[in-house]
Ligand binder design. Structure first.
Ligand code: HAM
Length: 421
């Protein structure tokens, strides 16, 4: 037997419970996202929370996400597995495994885990919604994907989101560019912050992402990726920009945008919410990836996608005062003054007929039951006292319309509610 706990347990650091009404708001956010992407032909894919560690190593063996932040452990059978830090690798693994017809256009929603230093907007367990498309090498798809994310923020009511865009070129461009950045940074290493000196050894491009004031001067003069693009990559990027112009989506080309994962090539992008603190203002990001399908044992396949951070988007909505939440939409709340059986039976009848209904357990005075009815947000209170019971009737009181009420025969209750809801 285990000893009883000496203290009450709490959530682990960086992990949070989401209670009502915030939970309803999250659900509504995911529903809005699903509407946007399903209307563009994307279908949902549900992926496991854990995968073989090897799947995630492909995300980038030089990245913090893999080397420092992964929740990896040895399973009971000795397999090395990990909680997913993101969903792209799992989606591509699923693509390789199931060989669906291309283009494979999918969306997902779920939790991810990164052992980061927790702060507002940065958690160890966080939710993303996202899309991935496999099997299409067409710049217009980049435009479609970027536009879907943009549309979603717009639908939520966010007005202070900016789209940052860059091209990292083909794989070989990226390698040449990385070499150029490495030798440049090596030549000015002494001027860099200690942290960036460390990063330089592992992943020179990530130094360009540094927001530390000490690094600014060095970073500003670093080689530009635009000067290292092949003609093909440059043309692809031009077409993406032209497409965004055609759709009226504003963007900023940001050639220091390298992103935190290693699999990107060509188009990369980030959505930034100006209403949030700069350290956690990326509310979404994505891009084209190369070699991921091959690295996971599949045929060479083009891919592109994005993931949007649900937790941060909700913080941005708070900051902008939009997407404020949804009223609990109960239709009816039964107030039973005859011992409980009326509430038991009427809630069951209504629910079976597809009308949402709740009640208070344990009886209580009319006053306390009416208080519970108000708190539930229900449209109607259905009162059953001894008089109603004798006549086989219910008093229907409108809780939103100034308290109007009417008497309705029990047998007509469902029809009555249907006409008034
Ligand atoms: P990511 O930039 O690592 O990309 O994450 C996408 C978004 O998830 C971020 O912009 C941020 O909003 C949110 N996020 C990331 N880490 C945290 C955290 N610790 N706490 C709260 N929110 C966080 C990816 O994950 C790629 N899989 C995106 C992608 C899809 N690329 C191609 N397809």
């Amino acid at each position: 037997m285990t000893d009883p706990p000496t203290h009450a347990f709490r959530t682990l650091s960086g992990m949070r419970d989401v209670l009502a009404p915030e939970s309803a708001r999250r659900r509504a956010l995911v529903a809005t996202f699903a509407d946007v992407v399903q209307a563009a032909g994307y279908q949902e894919v549900v992926l496991p929370l854990v995968e073989d560690l090897g799947v995630f190593l492909r995300v980038g063996e030089a990245t913090d996400v893999v080397t420092k932040e992964m929740y990896d452990f040895v399973d009971k059978d000795g397999t090395r597995i990990a909680l997913r830090p993101e969903m792209t690798a799992g989606a591509v693994r699923a693509f390789v495994q199931h060989k669906p017809l291309v283009p494979w256009k999918v969306w997902y929603a779920g939790s991810n885990f990164r052992h980061e230093r927790p702060q507002k907007g940065r958690y160890r367990s966080f939710d993303q919604v996202g899309v991935e498309v496999l099997g299409v090498d067409d710049a217009d798809l980049d435009v479609e994907v970027i536009a879907l994310g943009w549309r979603f923020y717009e639908l939520l009511g966010l007005r202070q989101v900016r789209l940052l865009l860059n091209s990292l070129g083909e794989h070989s461009d990226r390698e040449r560019y990385t070499d150029a950045v490495r030798s440049y940074l090596e030549s000015r290493k002494a001027e860099l912050s200690e942290k960036s000196q460390e990063t330089l050894a592992r992943n020179p491009l990530r130094v360009l992402d540094s927001k530390r004031p000490e690094d600014r001067g060095v970073v500003a003069e670093a080689p530009r990726v635009a000067d290292h693009l092949s003609a093909e990559a440059a043309e692809h990027f031009e077409r993406v920009l032209a497409g965004l112009d055609a759709l009226g989506i504003p963007y900023v080309v940001e050639d220091r945008l390298v992103r935190g994962l290693d699999y990107y090539r060509r188009t990369t992008f980030e959505y930034v919410a100006d209403a949030l603190d700069a350290a956690q203002n990326a509310v979404g990001g994505g891009g084209r990836y190369d070699r991921l399908a091959e690295d996971l044992g599949g045929p060479p396949t083009d891919g592109i996608g994005f993931a949007l951070g649900v937790d941060r988007i909700l913080l941005a909505c708070d900051a902008e005062g939009v997407f404020e939440g949804v009223a609990p939409g109960l239709a009816a709340f039964v107030v039973d003054l005859v011992g409980g059986h009326a509430a038991r039976d009427i809630t069951h009848e209504l629910r079976t007929a597809g009308i949402s209904a709740d009640r208070r357990f344990g009886g209580g005075s009319m006053k306390s039951q009416m208080k519970a009815a108000d708190r539930s947000g229900a449209r109607f209170a259905l009162l059953v006292g001894s008089d109603e019971e004798e006549r086989d009737e219910v008093t229907v009181r409108d809780l939103r319309g100034g308290g109007d009420q009417r008497r309705v025969p029990r047998t007509e209750l469902i029809d009555d509610l249907r006409t008034h809801l």
